[in-house]
Design a protein around this ligand. Structure first.
Ligand code: FAD
Length: 155
């Protein structure tokens, strides 16, 4: 479900716990929610946009005068499977380490070197998280994205 809050506190959305605020905060659960969001804000073509997952790689030094988008779609599912290959789909809002644990519990190899990295699944391809000679790009088959028409994306 799409949830839009004006003048939202971001303390719980960054791992430093910085008390910054956002002009708007949108939490979404599905691609349909994002389409609804675009319908809601579509006319604001000069809006600054920041996507926040777990906020583990962000440091706010000011309030954010724009729209923060936070994925809350948490799911993990098996899309297809053969004897030596398993295609897994996970929502952007899923905690990354939950996905790693989920895979390890099922004896699915490939992500185990990336355990305990804080953050979300959605940020993993953006950051191409890596550790111990392994990178997210080695395990990611594809990423579903929604192109924001008005985006002035902040990084
Ligand atoms: C203690 C600690 C240990 C760490 N160890 C490692 C490590 O071993 N290896 C490593 O690679 N990193 C490591 N990191 C960095 C961090 O875990 C990663 O950068 C992780 O990907 C951050 O995820 P997040 O969801 O918190 O992203 P955020 O901090 O929320 O966002 C990071 C960037 O990704 C963008 N973004 C986030 N979600 C999305 C989305 N759904 N769609 C589009 N853009 C998005 C944001 O706009 C921002 O630019 C560590 C961090 C900490 C604090």
């Amino acid at each position: 479900m799409l949830q839009i809050t004006e003048n939202a506190q971001l303390k719980e959305f960054n791992s430093f716990g910085v008390e910054a605020s956002a002009r708007w905060l949108c939490t979404y659960n599905s691609p349909d929610d994002i389409r609804q969001l675009i319908g809601h804000f579509g006319h604001l073509t000069d809006m600054h946009i920041l996507i926040i997952g777990g906020g583990c790689n962000l440091l706010f030094v000011n309030n954010f005068d724009g729209l923060v988008i936070h994925p809350a779609n948490t799911y993990i599912s098996i899309e297809s499977e053969t004897d030596d290959y398993c295609l897994v789909k996970a929502g952007a809002g899923t905690e990354w380490d939950s996905l790693v644990s989920w895979a390890v519990e099922r004896n699915l190899g490939g992500l185990e070197n990336l355990s305990l990295i804080p953050g979300t699944v959605g940020a993993s391809p953006v950051q191409n998280i890596g550790a111990y000679g392994c990178e997210a790009k080695d395990a990611i088959e594809s990423v579903n994205v929604v192109r924001l028409p008005m985006a002035q994306l902040q990084h």
